[in-house]
Structure formats: structure tokens, C-alpha cells
Write a protein that binds this ligand. Structure first.
Ligand code: FAD
Length: 158
């Protein structure tokens, strides 16, 4: 069976999981290069556990910041340090990653892309999913390649 996903953290996570299970897949992204926007900035314990399970957590732990310094201006314009806004998970959660980590989404995507490469997978940049149809035989996705031409429909089982 084959699958197809898109390159955000969700698609990359799925691609890593499929790759490690030996399931054929393609991961496509209509953008031509990796995302550089921070987007999601806080990664929670459970997400870190999922990354750990995939073998992609080390870079995120190295790069993320648990105790993000915060400053604000009071009504007199004075800069004041704010107490940490990170609240660790309770012990009852039994997580090895009790702290939310502050890290840009592009860095989490980087960690997942690197792990995907370890599994032999890679994002197909500049490829857009145009159409998706489903019947009893499977799902067919039509893709547009960078050149603008349509690739052959992608069918489950091919
Ligand atoms: C400015 C901003 C700030 C945010 N801040 C936070 C935050 O602080 N905390 C938080 O938890 N969340 C935040 N979010 C939300 C977070 O970024 C999303 O929840 C997360 O990106 C969802 O991941 P995803 O993989 O589902 O989708 P995405 O990250 O959107 O990835 C989907 C990818 O698929 C590609 N794509 C879409 N359609 C097609 C197609 N037809 N063919 C090919 N490729 C396609 C897109 O180009 C994109 O790269 C923020 C989002 C934005 C925009």
C-alpha cells in the first residue's frame, strides 16, 4: 500500500512513521523550499514524546529553550523581567519531557526532514496536489510538477 502526505509537521511526522514501517509513500510540497516562518513556537510534552518515538527529538531538545526569558515595558517605559511563562507538566504525567520547549516550527520541520532522510525519504518540492478522488479501489491524487505538467495520477496500491 502507498500513501501521500504534505510537508508540514503533520505530513513529515506521518512520512517518518510510514518510512520506518516500510510503507511506500510520497511526500509533496507545493512550496519550492523549506518553510522559514516560526509559526508554532511552543512544542508540548506529548509532541516531544512522539518525536522521541520517531528518533527525531535530539535536535529539538538541543535547539529548543525551556525557560524563555520574557521582558515587558511597564507604564513608565521601564523594561521589567517577567517570571517564566513555562509551566512544567505534573509528575503524574510521567513524561521524560516535562517542559514545553520554545522553538520555531521551521526547526521542528528540519528535525523531521533529517530523520526522514535517515529512513531514505525526501520531500518533493514544488509539487502540488491538485485533485483527490476516492472509490472502492482506492484513492487517486493528481499532482502538478514544478514544470507545470501533470504527473500521472497517484493511486493507492501502485
Ligand atoms: C503565523 C502563525 C503562527 C502560529 N503560531 C502557533 C503557535 O504559537 N502555536 C501553535 O501550536 N500553532 C501555531 N500556529 C499553527 C501551526 O503553525 C499549525 O497548527 C501547523 O503548522 C499545522 O501543521 P500541518 O503540518 O498540519 O500544516 P502546515 O504547517 O500548514 O503544513 C502544510 C503544508 O502543506 C503544503 N500544502 C498545502 N496544500 C498543498 C497542496 N495542495 N499540495 C502540496 N502542498 C500543499 C503547505 O504549503 C504547507 O507547507 C501558527 C500558525 C501561523 C500561520
Amino acid at each position: 500500500m502507498s500513501s501521500l502526505s504534505e510537508r508540514g509537521p503533520a505530513g513529515l511526522t506521518l512520512a517518518c512513521d510510514l518510512a520506518r514501517r516500510g510503507v511506500a509513500f510520497r511526500i509533496v510540497e507545493r512550496d519550492l523550499m523549506p518553510n522559514t516562518a516560526s509559526k508554532a513556537k511552543g512544542i508540548q510534552s506529548r509532541s516531544l514524546e512522539v518525536l522521541d518515538d520517531l528518533g527525531a527529538v535530539d535536535y529539538v531538545v538541543r535547539t529548543g529553550i525551556a525557560d524563555l526569558p520574557m521582558w515587558f515595558h511597564d507604564e513608565h517605559g521601564t523594561t521589567v523581567e517577567h517570571p517564566s511563562i513555562t509551566v512544567p507538566a505534573k509528575d503524574s504525567f510521567h513524561t521524560p519531557y516535562p517542559n514545553l520547549l520554545w522553538i520555531g516550527q521551521f526547526d521542528v520541520e528540519h528535525a523531521l526532514r533529517e530523520r526522514l532522510a535517515d529512513f531514505g525519504g525526501a520531500v518533493e518540492w514544488g509539487v502540488e496536489a491538485l485533485d483527490l478522488t476516492q472509490d472502492e479501489g482506492g484513492v487517486t491524487v493528481t499532482l502538478r510538477a514544478p514544470q507545470g505538467g501533470r504527473t500521472a495520477p497517484y493511486e493507492r496500491g501502485t
